[in-house]
Design a protein around this ligand. Sequence first.
Ligand SMILES: Nc1ncnc2c1ncn2[C@@H]1O[C@H](COP(=O)(O)OP(=O)(O)OP(=O)(O)O)[C@@H](O)[C@H]1O
Ligand SMILES: [Mg+2]
Length: 442
Amino acid sequence: MNLTPKEIVEYLDKYVISQKDAKKTIALALRTRYRRMQLSQEFQDEIMPKNILMIGSTGVGKTEISRRLANMMKVPFIKVEASKYTEVGFVGRDVESMVRDLVVNAINLVKAEQEETNKDKIENYIVNKIVEKLLPPLPEQASQEKKDDYAKILKSMEEKVINGEMDDKIISIEFDKINIEFNDTNLPPEMAKVQESFSKIFTAMNKEDNKKEMSVKDAKSLLKNEATSKLLNMTNIHAEALRRAEDGGIIFLDEIDKIAISSKSQGRNDPSKEGVQRDLLPIVEGSSVTTKYGVVNTDHILFIAAGAFHLTKPSDLIPELQGRFPLRVELESLTEETLYKILTQTKNSLLTQYKALLGVEGVNLIFEDEAIKAIAKVSHRANEVTEDIGARRLHTVLEKVLEEISFNADEHKNEDFVITAEFVHEKLDIIVEDNDLSRYIL
Ligand SMILES: Nc1ncnc2c1ncn2[C@@H]1O[C@H](COP(=O)(O)OP(=O)(O)OP(=O)(O)O)[C@@H](O)[C@H]1O
Ligand SMILES: [Mg+2]
């Protein structure tokens, strides 16, 4: 969490090529939060996060940057599409539900951490309960010798259960009744509580149904829920999650341009878009949202909005909303060279993915450097002559190049399959030069 902006950018560099400005802005915003947390409470309350608006056409890395960040920072993070919300009072999801979603995300995060710290306890609980079923207990009056033997068998049985040797055995096992958590975040919290009470009543009514026959493997995964709900203190987890969502949460509002109203094409616009923008105002600025787990204050939640703004401009958003996203970054469109780097320099790049996939069939896929350059070139060209879909073009192009070998992989078992520049051109040139064809195929 306390990475410097440089370190954050360094991490992002592994996955996202170029887009320096965007990376820097976001890294700074995150560092500012860390700095804020070191200050006195009084100061903390004063310092508001500066929300970010990322502008860039499709497929240039907007979502990718945010996704990688969230992974690294281990902070509550959700990505939502602005276009899927409706104005309060209309049928659909209202914008407050995004804050509830964030809380659910925070709970999962904290819970996973707790599960990790209590891993041994949880495993013990599960193994004990399964071993109990596999080995009938020894009668009390058994001799010491028998007891010693039993202890040995027990030990080896435990090991067998742990390392999966017993996975296929069928056992009959009782489960504690656990309350299924309902996380329909679109329901107002009062309703969610009512729904939960009903479900509790129904589980309580249906008493017999908690003894089941199943394989050890299935029992292990089902017992995990039981173990966590028994061994972890959910109330503490909820409280911690609320705090983290408030102080460290990030909401990534994708497709924000889709709720802007273009000044040009008035007629076709949906009036409720403006309503959604208005509903967003208090949440972005800071207000209290009631969730099932408590009230969340949104003052310090960081909002990162992103949009391609092809048909609309940031200035087509209502002025109040524009003002709430003071940091603007533009993402560059991808050049041939960037595309080449995306193929060669990113961690788990598409090329490595395809190599790994065909490796499963015993085909050793090799890309010559010239071939990779050709792929980048063709992709860039296709972006120029048809729609610019950024790095997503690489997917369609590569798919086309590898289509045949992918299908006929069985004929090339234990062979090297070298992709050369000629091979790439052979597969793609006719398509790229024909505008109509490339529109459909690439
Ligand atoms: N600069 C980049 N570096 C590495 N990979 C990239 C880059 N830009 C895009 N990609 C890859 O392209 C794909 C699409 O990118 P992403 O989801 O970030 O697009 P986006 O900018 O959010 O577009 P949209 O506006 O359509 O949502 C992802 O698989 C991502 O890995
Ligand atoms: Mg996106």
